[in-house]
Write a new protein. Structure first.
Length: 164
């Protein structure tokens, strides 16, 4: 199974995503935390902005924070056993859609397609991990609406994203 997901269509930059490396991405969110749905989209965006600003400040000043080995060990165990989602918004922004009034089509490996508004897609999340492992049987990714309306039945087998 391929973990490469292209974003193509009416975009200025066709890009490819590799879901297998998202486990190292700071933007990932634990699935259980995401499924709480208490302004999770806004909270996750704020957390992402805060994380990026802290990273920028460290790079700018050259200060390396001290590493707590027990936290590092906890993070490693969490990554190896957790289930994660990642926001779709940064990837759509990088592809730079020609118009924000366009729709987003999620195309699955089995031929199904799901059409979303740009707003639904920007607020959505992609699940890429279950119990620390890639989604092999029904992956490479699942799509969840940001409001959790399809939490019990996400769109599965998503292998391509097209801006239409």
């Amino acid at each position: 199974m391929e973990t490469i997901i292209p974003i193509k269509g009416k975009v200025n930059y066709s890009i490819t995503l590799d879901a297998s490396v998202w486990i190292f991405d700071d933007r990932k969110v634990e699935l259980e935390e995401f499924l709480k749905f208490d302004n999770s989209t806004e909270k996750n965006e704020n957390d992402y902005i805060k994380t990026q600003s802290e990273r920028w400040e460290r790079e700018r000043t050259g200060i390396k924070p001290p590493v707590n080995r027990s936290i590092k060990r906890f993070e490693k165990e969490r990554v190896l056993t957790g289930s994660f989602v990642i926001p779709l918004a940064p990837f759509l922004e990088n592809a730079d859609p020609i118009d924000n009034e366009l729709n987003v089509q999620l195309i699955s490996e089995n031929g199904d397609s799901y059409v979303l508004t740009m707003e639904e897609a920007v607020n959505g999340f992609l699940r890429f991990s279950k119990d620390g492992k890639p989604l092999r049987e029904d992956g490479p990714v699942h799509f969840y609406y940001g409001d959790g309306s399809n939490a019990s039945d996400p769109y599965k087998h998503i292998s391509s994203i097209a801006i239409i």
